[in-house]
Structures are given as structure tokens and as C-alpha cells.
Design a protein around this ligand. Structure first.
Ligand code: NAD
Length: 257
């Protein structure tokens, strides 16, 4: 599978799943755009490292995915977009009646609305170039629910809905849109949930991992960022040209339960 000549923009890709996907797309030959809102020296170094490792062009573009205009500007600044991976995401864990309204707003903006803005800006570019792939990183929580994650679950279900609509609007073009639904992947986002969940359930770290996180993942293993990247590369392949408007679960059997 060669993605040579394609430009991939991966939102929220200075860490975790986004970074894993950027590496796999670069390994397959795509030029990549790394994004976060932080603009630190180490963010730019990630792009340099990808160039060195995979021999493709890579650069870092700062944009805050909580702001619609910055989402759209990211696509414009990239100067091309064949593959768009909507990955940026945050989490907050609290019961609905204690859930801070500003956390709700931020999660809906970053995890869901950003995908609307980037897709709106990217589709005309893809149409002009005659090919496109939109890969939305939803979640097993885009298909099922858990307590205390109201905003995240609402946003991820929304992303699955947006995926279907994007697919229908592009169905007769060489553009596809699908959502990857990961189960638990051990990334900084998951690490950061452990202390709150320990408090919520009065458990040790080990108990949270085994009895809360992986309890619904029948494989009893975390999925990996490389597996997310491999799935994204597959969705960009010719074999996946007729796969559109659907979800691919990479969750160790979670959604089969
Ligand atoms: P992570 O915390 O490692 O990565 C999140 C990324 O989003 C980072 O690159 C961060 O810089 C970026 N980001 C956050 N706020 C941003 C903003 N305002 N503007 C631009 N970028 C911003 O987490 P992760 O686990 O790699 O999560 C990546 C995606 O995968 C998220 O959408 C998450 O919901 C989804 N997901 C993760 C898991 C998991 O178990 N890790 C499971 C299912 C879905």
C-alpha cells in the first residue's frame, strides 16, 4: 500500500493515537501534518523525527480544535488535504449533576464540532484533487455508554452520526468517510482518567485497569496505537474504496458483548 503523493492531516497528533496514526500513514508514504494547540519546540521535533524515520515530508501546524475558525485554518494552512484524520479529543469524568458546564462545552467542541469544521474545509479540497479519505476517531463509547462520561459519549455518538452523513454526501465521489471505534488504548488520555476513576470507584490503580477499564474489553488487553494506525492505512487503501459511512471497532470484542 503506497500513499505516496498524498497529504494527511491528523488533528491532535502530538501524542497517543494521533501520533501513532501519523507514524503509520508516513510509513505508508504519505506526507503528514502534525497538529496540537500547544506549539512547543517538541511538537515541531515530532515532525522532524517523522521525516527522518520515514523519509516523507512532515510538518507541525498549531491550531486549537476547540475553535471552529482555527479548525478550518488548519486545512487551509496545510495547502492540501487528501486524508483527514479527526482525532483530537479530551475527556472528563463526573456524574451529570456535577459535570462542569465548561467541560461539557469543551468536549463537544474538541471531540465533535472540530470534525464538522475540518471536514467542511477539507471536502472542497478533496473534490478538487479527485480523491479523499476522512477517518474519524470515535470510540467504543460512540456505540455504547458508560456512567460519568456524558459529554464524551454524546460527542462520540455525534461523530458516528457525522460520519454517516459525510459518507452519504460523498457517496458518488471517490471520497469515503468512516469512523474507527477504539476500545481502551493505553495513551496519556487514558492514563489521566485513572486517578478520577480510582476516586469514583474507591479502587487501586490495578483494580481500575482490570475491573473498570478492561472489564468490558473481552481480550483483556489494551489495543495499541499501531493497530489504530494500521486500520487508518487500510481505510485509505483501494480495498476500502467501497467502505464508507460505517464504524470499525478495534476494541478486543467490547461491542460484541
Ligand atoms: P491523548 O491525550 O494522547 O491525545 C489527544 C490529542 O488531542 C493530543 O495530541 C492533544 O494535543 C490533542 N488535543 C487536545 N485538545 C486539543 C485542542 N484543543 N486542539 C488541538 N489538539 C488538541 O489521547 P488519545 O487516547 O490518543 O486520544 C486520541 C483520540 O482517540 C481521542 O479522540 C479519543 O477520544 C480517542 N479514543 C481514545 C481511546 C483510548 O483508549 N485512548 C479510546 C477510544 C477513543
Amino acid at each position: 500500500m503506497s500513499l505516496q503523493g498524498k497529504t494527511a492531516i491528523i488533528t491532535g497528533s502530538n501524542s497517543g493515537i494521533g501520533l501513532g496514526i501519523a507514524h503509520e500513514l508516513a510509513k505508508a508514504g504519505a506526507s503528514v501534518v502534525i497538529n496540537s494547540f500547544t506549539d512547543r519546540e517538541e511538537d515541531h521535533e515530532i515532525a522532524t523525527e517523522i521525516e527522518k524515520q520515514h523519509g516523507v515530508a512532515a510538518r507541525y501546524i498549531q491550531a486549537d480544535m476547540s475553535k471552529g475558525d482555527q479548525c478550518r485554518a488548519l486545512i487551509e494552512k496545510a495547502g492540501g488535504c487528501d486524508i483527514l484524520v479527526n482525532n483530537a479529543g479530551i475527556q472528563h469524568v463526573a456524574p451529570i449533576d456535577e459535570f462542569p458546564a465548561e467541560k461539557w462545552d469543551a468536549i463537544i467542541a474538541i471531540n465533535m464540532s472540530s470534525a464538522f469544521h475540518t471536514t467542511a474545509a477539507a471536502l472542497p479540497v478533496m473534490r478538487e484533487r479527485g480523491w479523499g479519505r476522512v477517518v474519524n476517531i470515535a470510540s467504543a463509547h460512540g456505540l455504547t455508554a458508560s456512567p460519568f462520561k456524558s459529554a464524551y459519549i454524546a460527542a462520540k455518538h455525534g461523530v458516528v452520526g457525522l460520519t454517516k452523513t459525510t459518507a452519504l454526501e460523498t457517496a458518488q465521489e471517490p471520497i469515503t468517510c468512516n469512523a474507527i471505534c477504539p476500545g481502551y488504548v493505553l495513551t496519556p488520555l487514558v492514563e489521566s482518567q485513572i486517578p478520577d476513576t480510582m476516586k469514583e470507584y474507591n479502587m487501586t490503580r490495578d483494580e481500575v485497569v482490570k475491573n473498570v477499564m478492561l472489564t468490558r474489553q473481552p481480550s483483556k488487553e489494551f489495543a495499541t496505537v499501531e493497530q489504530m494506525g494500521g486500520t487508518a492505512v487500510f481505510l485509505c487503501s483501494d480495498a476500502a474504496a467501497q467502505i464508507t459511512g460505517t464504524t470499525i471497532s478495534v476494541d478486543g470484542g467490547w461491542t460484541a458483548l
